[in-house]
Write a protein that binds this ligand. Structure first.
Ligand code: ADP
Ligand code: MG
Length: 465
């Protein structure tokens, strides 16, 4: 529909592609009568989210598409599983799961023999909470989807909630935080957190002992099932088949499923297609590598409890250099604190450098023309090779000239060597670049600030040797 397309075109220019894909692509325009446009959204939560986060740009879009009198109406798709749930609850079975477990004597695979626990132990670590899961751009969608799930487990569109991301970015922490939050809000819910490895072992064990029905029954009575690192089930067809039954049953009666993985559903090689398609039923939310500010906030939060003061420049140094994993960031902090306590050393940059070198190998302090151009290219978001090319595109010319200028300032290399290192330019080109940058800095304060912050970043980075 023309009107909605115009509106979308405006919205697309205002938000990032990821949010656009998540929140706007699923919307269907239904009808336009007079100047009232009706759009269909998948569920109520979706509608609330749009109203809360995007109402301003939606209004702008509507004004562009329909003029000042334009109005918007939402239509919400009725959730199918609610119907299923309503009929299921007639026979009350699914609700009283705790009692069920006791009365039916279904073996709880988490009970260590001899310990005789009646209730299901959720297998959660209380220290993983939302409070200490610091929010940043890298995790905002996943975190808020997680909170939405925790508020209304099962009763939302995020089923399953599929959290994915590289190692050390907080998947387990977030999944556990959701579990803990659910328990504190709804003490009648049976929550289980299980790693895929443990689940696989339980299944293998049960198959061997002819107790697979009991195991499946146990899982089918859980209200919130959290399975960590689901990619581990790849190439395990038997385990997948059993998990498929558990998943289907729980999903059908409106129980919440939360999964984590190191990749999105579609990239799960060795996973049955029918499982992959089910993983896509709810929402997939990724955890990205944190930006500098988020790393700083996480680092500050981590040391808060340790009653140890780390100078800001040490924290900055760590956050500049630990790139891709929050687990590594924690590792550096813990080692530093331990070292300083053990040896009664002050925590300063030299000590920090030593510690970090154990975490990231092949690093040195020496600033080189290469390391400068790499950081500059990264900053301007241009491919490194382009700096070496002859391209005259403005953004690349600036990045190239800035690399030359910074190389001149920060290394002992001659104009000639710098030119050579940057794609064989001659020394007059380098000289010209240095002057241009200087001129621009004199007239443009924003550019000057950029140069200074880049200089600081380079000074504080360890470089690939
Ligand atoms: P993954 O399961 O993705 O490999 P984890 O959940 O084990 O990662 O996280 C690694 C470490 O980083 C954990 O100690 C976790 O508490 C911490 N961490 C990750 N993300 C955050 C965050 N946003 N705020 C605070 N700590 C975090
Ligand atoms: Mg994990």
């Amino acid at each position: 529909m023309e009107v909605w397309t115009i509106c979308l075109r405006h919205i697309a220019t205002k938000i990032n592609p990821r949010s656009y894909k998540t929140w706007f692509e699923p919307i269907k325009p239904i009808k336009l009568s007079k100047n009232v446009l009706t759009i269909q959204v998948p569920n109520k939560f979706f509608y609330e989210w749009l109203e809360e986060h995007y109402i301003t740009i939606i209004r702008e879009g509507m004004r562009i598409a329909l003029g000042p009198g334009g109005q918007l109406e939402y239509q919400i798709v009725v959730d199918d599983y609610k119907k299923v749930r309503a009929s299921e609850s007639l026979d009350k079975k699914a609700n009283d799961s705790v009692i069920d477990i006791a009365s039916k004597k279904i073996k709880n695979p988490f009970v260590i023999p001899g310990l005789k626990r009646q209730l299901v132990d959720p297998q959660l670590k209380p220290s993983y909470t939302f409070d200490n899961f610091i929010e940043g751009n890298c995790n905002r969608l996943a975190r808020s989807a997680g909170l939405a799930v925790a508020k209304k487990p099962g009763g939302n569109a995020f089923n399953p909630l599929f959290i994915f991301g590289d190692v050390g970015l907080g998947k387990t922490h977030l999944a556990q935080a959701i579990g803990n939050e659910i328990i504190s809000r709804h003490d009648d819910k049976n929550v289980i957190f299980v790693s895929s490895e443990k689940l696989t072992n339980q299944i293998v064990h049960a198959l061997r002992n002819n107790s697979i029905d009991e195991l499946v029954n146990f899982y089918q009575m859980i209200d919130v099932l959290i399975v960590d690192d689901i990619q581990f089930l790849a190439n395990r067809p038997k385990t997948q088949e059993i998990f498929f039954h558990i998943f289907n049953h729980l999903h059908q009666i409106g129980k919440q499923i939360i999964l984590t993985s190191d990749c999105p559903p579609k990239s799960l090689n060795g996973m049955q297609e029918r499982l992959i398609s089910r993983f896509k039923w709810g929402i997939s939310a990724d955890l990205l590598a944190p930006d500098f500010e988020t790393k700083m906030a996480i680092a500050r939060a981590k040391i808060k409890d340790d009653a140890i003061e780390l100078p800001d420049d040490v924290l900055e140094f760590i956050c500049y250099n630990i790139k891709n994993s929050i687990r590594e960031l924690e590792g550096v902090l813990i080692t530093l604190i331990a070292q300083s306590a053990l040896n009664n050393k002050e925590i300063d940059i030299p000590l920090t450098k030593e510690v970090i070198k154990h975490f990231i190998t092949h690093m040195s302090d020496e600033v080189t023309v290469e390391s400068i151009s790499r950081l500059v290219a990264e900053h301007f978001n241009v491919p490194l090779e382009k700096l070496h090319s002859k391209t005259r595109k403005r953004s690349i010319v600036i990045a190239r000239q800035l690399s030359m200028y910074l190389a001149k300032q920060m290394t002992n290399k001659s104009l000639k060597q710098i030119g050579n290192n940057l794609g064989g330019k001659d020394h007059t080109t380098v000289l010209y670049a240095c002057r241009s940058v200087q001129n621009l800095m004199d007239t443009d304060q924003i550019f000057k600030d950029t140069v200074f912050s880049l200089e600081k970043k380079i000074r504080m980075s360890l470089h690939a040797g």
